[in-house]
Design a protein around this ligand. Structure first.
Ligand code: SF4
Length: 607
């Protein structure tokens, strides 16, 4: 099958048995790959009501359709499982080579069920599948795990694994492959619950494409466009954090000190315009990327080189914790990567703890540290504790929602999450479309399922213009369409940082790769099908309209800066949701009807 590995591999970790089945061509046409396959197979394989840590939950890996082709920035792979953090749809996308290797081994979808008897790793060697002991890797960092497995199995094996946090079932543990992470919502913990330390894959086959000549011509054009884009220049020099100053000064929407403020007054050192020229030694990128936005560092305070700090992390471990010293932010980021923890959630937790500390709800006797905002040493210590579930870390590893519920004493008023997910770096009080996107995202507060922040903040993108970020009007159609748009990107495996360049003009690329071009309208319909299936999974898991609530802090005005005075009222919250459900063709409670499912050709999921 052109563009595909051609098979679906299911491995029962309890028995060690692997079953390989051919990929259904009609299925591929309806879902493309990546998150499309995830939406289909999660609904087919996983009982949505199952406990996330039960062996009956599945862990799935699906490379995007363009993985292994020459599409620039088209190397993304998605991971799926029921989320232990939100209790619903779990999904993460990464740019490590694990998906490429899987596809070269012949697989477009890997489904792991059951639980290994002891800590193990799964080795896939083209057609051969083996479960091997990883007991000697207990507690090892993500990097050491990959190195050790490569040492044993060969340097050409690609490894995706977990660190301490995944083993300890930290509810926001991630999976790491080559310093690229995936798994917001704790998919790394699901991997740990299966006694699986890593997946190691050697794939040796070429991926067939329909028209190689056309592919290289079309890709050369795409590469030129990417290279000429301003994003290529800015991301290359300063990484994804290059717009940090703009978010603070021009927009006033950089959440600070656990969302007390929308402007970080001490941001000078965490701004990449300060640190990149001083500390960065080289650029780092995902597989297939021609505009790498990652950075590697050498800093003074902490020994050795460090992995780059993304925009989201400059917020979560920087401004959200009031940390102005970028070396502490970089070290905290490194600890999260090595232990395999999501930096957004980890920073959300530390920000909450610091807020509770300053408001007298938690004390030094509870935490063992002076957790005032801005204390870098406290940040590092709390991260170590949560990764190991040591002392107070056992509670912190549960995530913001559960921490607030357990502490009680009014802690809920300080807890910033949507359906259990700690939000990313967009103060949605001043970006109202994103407030809706946080509520409607299938994995809880998330910027990437819609990517609507860029549209909201600039006022125009794709088919939208004149969008007012401070208004809550007409956001339903906008967010629904942006979610469909992004689902296409995640099914093709294209990096969202290329969205301004490609938009949905993939017909030529698809023609070259699969021989089947698809128009923008056809792609949007596929995107809607995928989004609806993710939502159906959540409904089966118990999702209700009442769960789509914004945190209390979002109902209070931003105190200063360019968005001063802006907030989202409960009435706006309700109206935006009504508008969104109507745009989706769902009823007032957010339930899709038979007719809409039939129109999307997914009536088979009516149950
Ligand atoms: S632009 Fe950045 S995130 Fe996107 S593929 Fe390249 S390195 Fe990865």
């Amino acid at each position: 099958m052109n563009g595909y590995g051609g098979s679906v591999l299911t491995v029962d970790l309890t028995t060690g048995e692997g079953v390989k089945k051919p990929l259904d061509e009609k299925l591929a046409a309806r879902y493309l790959g990546g998150c499309g396959f995830g939406a289909y197979f999660m609904n087919r394989v996983v009982d949505a009501k199952v406990d996330a840590f039960s062996p009956d939950n599945a862990l799935m890996v699906a490379p995007g359709l363009f993985v292994g082709t020459a599409v620039p920035t088209g190397g993304k792979t998605s991971f799926f499982s029921k989320s232990p953090l939100t209790g619903g749809w779990g999904e993460g996308v990464m740019g490590g080579r694990i998906g490429l290797s899987l596809k070269q081994a012949g697989y477009d979808m890997l489904i792991l069920t059951g639980k290994a008897q002891k800590l193990s790793y799964l080795l896939i060697n083209d057609n051969e599948v083996a479960i091997k002991s990883a007991e000697h890797l207990q507690g090892a960092t993500t990097r050491d795990t990959a190195d050790a497995i490569k040492e044993d199995e060969g340097k050409d094996v690609i490894v995706a694994g977990i660190g301490m946090a995944g083993e300890k079932l930290v509810r926001f543990a991630v999976i790491d492959c080559e310093d690229r992470q995936s798994g917001r919502g704790g998919i790394g913990a699901v991997m740990g619950s299966k006694n699986l330390k890593a997946i190691a894959v050697r794939g040796t086959h070429d991926i067939p494409v329909a028209n190689p000549e056309k592919m290289y011509r079309v890709m050369a054009e795409a590469y030129t466009k990417l290279k000429e884009s301003p994003a290529f220049q800015d991301d290359g020099k300063y990484g994804t954090g290059e717009f940090l100053e703009w978010m603070n000064k021009e927009k006033g929407t950089f959440p600070t000190r656990n969302w007390r403020e929308g402007v970080f007054d001490r941001r000078q050192q965490i701004d990449p315009y300060y640190w990149a020229p001083r500390f960065a030694i080289k650029n780092k990128g995902c597989v297939q990327c021609t505009k790498p936005c990652g950075k590697a560092f050498v800093m003074e305070k902490f020994d050795g080189s460090l992995d780059g700090i993304e925009y989201e992390t400059l917020f979560s471990l920087g401004g959200n914790c009031g940390i102005e010293d970028v070396e502490y932010v970089a070290r905290a980021n490194e600890l999260c990567d090595l232990h395999g923890m999501d930096t957004i959630s980890a920073g959300g937790v530390v920000g909450l703890v610091m807020d509770l500390y300053e408001n007298g709800i938690l004390g030094k006797e509870d935490l063992g540290v002076d957790a005032t905002f801005g204390n870098g040493e406290a940040l590092l210590e709390l991260i170590e504790k949560m990764a190991r579930r040591e002392g107070i870390g056992d509670l912190l590893a549960e995530g913001v929602k559960r921490i607030a519920e357990k502490i009680d004493s009014g802690a809920e008023a300080y807890a910033v999450h949507v359906r259990g997910m700690e939000p990313p770096a967009y103060d949605v009080r001043g970006i109202k479309g994103m407030a809706l996107a946080f509520m409607t995202s299938p994995r809880g507060a998330c910027h990437l399922r819609s990517g609507a922040y860029a549209l909201e903040l600039t006022g125009k993108f794709w088919k939208f213009e004149g969008v007012d970020r401070l208004s809550s009007r007409d956001k339903g159609y906008e967010i629904a369409q942006m979610e469909n748009f992004m689902a296409v990107y995640d099914s093709l495996g294209v990096c969202k940082f290329s969205r301004g360049i490609y938009l949905l003009n993939f017909a030529d690329m698809l023609d070259a790769v699969t021989g089947k071009p698809l128009s923008e309208d056809e792609l949007v319909t596929i995107g809607e099908r995928i989004c609806t299936l993710k939502h159906i999974f959540n409904i089966k898991a118990g999702w209700k309209r009442e769960d789509c609530r914004l945190p209390e802090k979002i109902h209070r005005p931003i105190p200063e800066g360019a968005a001063k005075g802006s907030f989202v009222s409960t009435e706006e919250e309700r109206e935006m949701l009504d508008d969104y459900f109507a745009a989706r063709g769902w009823d007032r409670n957010g339930i899709p009807g038979k007719k809409r499912l039939e129109e999307l050709d997914i009536a088979e999921f009516m149950e």
